[in-house]
Write a protein that binds this ligand. Structure first.
Ligand code: SF4
Length: 212
């Protein structure tokens, strides 16, 4: 890796560590299974709204067996406020069934097996591995995608390719917290429409701000 890239990444990580030392997953959960459900529900929905829905949902259904046996109409009704509830309900029920059939109801702890579950893509699998087990990659959501591009950490648009670029330059021990920090930074400073570049502590090394 070039010295200039190493210095730039260090500058960014130091800044994020100072600004968001306690960044962590904002989806409410008590165990990996609940986090998996919450992450599936978070597609196209805010974490705050998911947390309101899961409070009721996890009262009603507690185990993979509960979700596997759930009445699909009732399940859809409870998760409706998160949007795309038809697909989400079917995926959650099928995921719970497969979890019981193939994994004795235990959440797999590696990428390959997680990806075999209905409704689980690479982003969701990275959330589970990073927060509950050992990370195998970096979560690339809309904030990580936008901020990484603006900072010049990637030239790609495809989330898988962005992840592949990031894991080459971000130290592994930072993979999990990096996403949480960038998500907070993306919401507070580097917003999609009006980034607050003038007050941003990264403007001296930002490709977008420098105009290239
Ligand atoms: Fe985002 Fe602007 Fe900061 Fe660059 S300078 S990271 S575009 S807020």
């Amino acid at each position: 890796m070039q010295q200039s890239v190493i210095s730039k990444v260090k500058f960014i990580l130091d800044y994020l560590d100072k600004k968001y030392p306690d960044a962590k997953c904002s989806l409410r959960h008590d165990n990996p299974f609940q986090l998996l459900i919450a992450t599936i529900l978070s597609a196209q929905c805010t974490d705050a709204r998911v947390n309101i829905v899961t409070e009721k949902l996890f009262e009603r259904y507690k185990t993979p067996q509960d979700f596997a046996a759930a009445d699909i109409k009732e399940l859809k009704n409870i998760i409706k406020p998160t949007g795309f509830f038809n697909n989400k309900a079917i995926n959650i029920k099928n995921m719970a069934i497969k979890l019981i059939e193939n994994y004795n109801g235990n959440i797999p702890q590696n990428m390959q097996e997680l990806l075999s579950l209905p409704g689980v893509g690479r982003k969701t699998a990275n959330v589970i591995l990073g927060n509950c087990f050992a990370p195998e990659g970096i979560v690339v959501d809309t904030h990580v995608k936008r901020v990484s591009k603006r900072l010049g950490l990637t030239n790609n648009d495809n989330p898988d390719k962005i992840e592949s670029d990031l894991v080459k330059i971000i130290p592994k021990e930072k993979w999990n917290i990096f996403s949480h920090q960038v998500i907070l930074f993306g919401r507070e400073i580097c917003a999609s429409r009006k980034p607050k570049c003038d007050v941003c502590g990264l403007n001296t090394i930002c490709s977008y701000y420098k105009g290239y």
